[in-house]
Design a protein around this ligand. Structure first.
Ligand SMILES: [Ca+2]
Ligand SMILES: [Ca+2]
Length: 531
């Protein structure tokens, strides 16, 4: 049994798993689907195939081409959605269908991955071929997929859409589909929910020489005694200036070198450095401007760990080390070397993902070693968004936030290191040394109150009536910017940014809820009783 602390990736199998996940999640699939983006690709199963195509009547219109080979009755097409279909918002889904043949067809839409049971609606496409536009699938008149003799007025959210054409019949054919619309607007799922623009900590590496010991701790004690670092890595970390220093151009250099080095009874073939920030923070934005080392087998990382991690040798261990990994939470802002050159990735490690890397996404950027890029993460109470050069590409926002999925409600500290070998692959035979070069590390949080410093949102917040069955009025002497209502399981019911003076609870089941009230600088949570 593996009980050793493993800070990042664990094995080649999981690396492959991670790459698979990256491939699957590389896109932000969401409704409506007009096939204008590569993310809007369905997967065929049981002998079906999907490809992007062009409208025969309009060469400027991208459409989806759906192919059945007819070998099996229930062959179809499926897509996972990063943003759910919400039948409580709209009951109907519409689409347009094109037949190359002039036969009548059936189209079945099935919704899966919901709070409620899988449901489906079938519609007939009349004979004649060509486009039939705006075919409406009304999920108020759906049937259960598990028993299609049971009618159901479907409700709630679903995160998977599956299409069957002539389902149940072994009919080969090629069809086009376009404009699958659930009434929602396309949204940028990587939009930042909180802007952190007040600088609270930085190191701009302006003083050449040794790394500033007020800001950084050299972590050199191996985390697996008698073995070394995790993941079969091949380096020692040292506190020597050979492996970390500030150059005369204002940059921190973390230098990985090929050299035999013996420490703690272990001889390793490489040396490098691993820095821990002596600053920890809860919520905020981290910007790190860096150039990455080059060569196969180099594994630079910019990341954070919970300040409470129990890890002898880490800076915060002796004062705060109460919690094992991954319960402490880990946020990988940038890793390079786990995929192809110039493919950087971000990831989260939580108890829910255990030691696997399932919450991750990579992005290809150019010239990571030749040019500086700014690697960022924006960590709010609601979501963690990763950015490169100020463009968000991945957001972690589990619908249910608890200790297992979201240990990110306590302070984290920053780590900068270059690991060698291990699961990042064999080090190039000709490798001698290469450095991660960091121009700055900056942490931003919300600005402190410039006025009304003494006012506390929570103490001035009033909700009435409470309990309530209809409307709850909300008031505070501090302007309220947004509201978010959660159920007792932490599931977000809704958010509101306009009309924050009241919420309508008339449609909610009776019970206990939690209302999170935000001003520009504060948050407060109050219990709400609905009866
Ligand atoms: Ca289209
Ligand atoms: Ca600098």
């Amino acid at each position: 049994m593996i009980t050793k602390y493993i800070p990042m990736k664990i094995s080649l199998i999981q690396l492959l798993l991670q790459l698979l996940v990256v491939t699957q999640l590389s896109f932000a699939q969401q409704m409506p689907i007009d096939f204008s983006e590569s993310s809007e690709n369905f997967s065929g199963f049981n002998g079906s195939g999907f490809s992007f195509s062009t409208d025969p009547n309009d060469s400027g219109n991208d459409v989806g081409q759906f192919y059945n080979d007819g070998s099996i009755g229930w062959q179809g097409f499926t897509i996972g959605l990063q943003r759910v279909i919400d039948l409580d918002f709209q009951k109907t889904i519409s689409l347009s269908f094109y037949g190359y043949d002039s036969n009548a067809h059936t189209v079945l839409l099935k919704l899966e991955g919901g709070e409620n049971a899988d449901v489906e609606v079938t519609q007939n496409v009349p004979s004649g071929g060509g486009w039939t536009t705006g075919i409406i699938f009304d999920f108020a008149n759906a049937v259960l997929s598990s028993n299609n003799s049971v009618a159901v007025n479907a409700s709630g959210t679903y995160d998977r859409l599956t299409i069957f054409i002539d389902g149940g019949a072994t009919i080969p054919g090629t069809y086009l589909i376009d404009d699958i619309d659930d009434g929602s607007e396309e949204t940028d799922i990587n939009a930042l929910d909180v802007i952190y623009d007040h600088l609270v900590w930085e190191d701009t590496f302006d003083t050449p020489g040794a790394v500033n010991a007020l800001n950084w701790h050299h972590q050199t004690q191996v985390i697996i005694p008698g073995v070394g670092w995790a993941n079969n890595e091949e380096q020692h970390y040292t506190n020597r200036s050979d492996n970390s220093f500030v150059d005369t151009s204002g940059n921190l250099n973390i230098v990985a070198k090929r050299e035999n080095w013996t420490d703690q009874g272990l001889t390793k073939s490489y040396t490098s450095a691993r820095l821990n920030s002596k600053f920890a923070f809860k919520y905020g934005r981290v910007d790190v401007k860096a150039k990455l080392p080059s060569g196969n087998g180099t594994w630079p990382a910019i990341w954070t760990l919970g300040k409470n991690i129990r890890e002898p040798g880490a800076f915060w261990h002796s004062s705060h080390g109460t919690t094992s990994w991954p319960d402490c939470g880990e946020i990988d802002i940038m890793e390079h070397g786990l995929g192809a050159t110039n493919h950087v990735s971000s990831a989260l490690h939580t108890p829910s993902s255990s030691s696997a890397t399932i919450n991750t996404l990579g992005i290809d950027i150019s010239d990571v070693s030749a040019n500086y890029h700014v690697y960022s993460m924006n960590w709010s109470p609601n979501q963690i968004t990763f950015l490169v050069d100020n463009v968000g590409f991945y957001t972690y926002n589990p619908s249910e936030k608890n200790d297992s999925t979201w240990p990110f409600y306590e302070e984290q500290f920053i780590l900068l290191n270059v690991a060698m070998g291990g699961i990042s692959g064999a080090v190039d035979a000709g490798f001698t040394e290469s450095a991660m070069i960091i121009d700055y590390v900056k942490v931003y949080q919300e600005a402190p109150l410039s006025a009304g410093k003494d006012l506390d949102l929570k103490s001035t917040l009033k909700l009435y009536p409470n309990p309530a069955s209809d409307k709850i009025q909300i008031s505070s002497t501090i302007p309220i910017s947004s509201l978010a209502l959660y159920d007792v399981y932490g599931k977000l019911i809704f958010t509101k940014e306009n009309d924050t003076q009241s919420i309508d609870v008339s449609r909610l089941n009776s019970g206990v809820y939690f209302l999170e009230v935000s001003s520009n600088t504060q948050k407060a949570v109050k219990k709400v009783m609905v009866n």
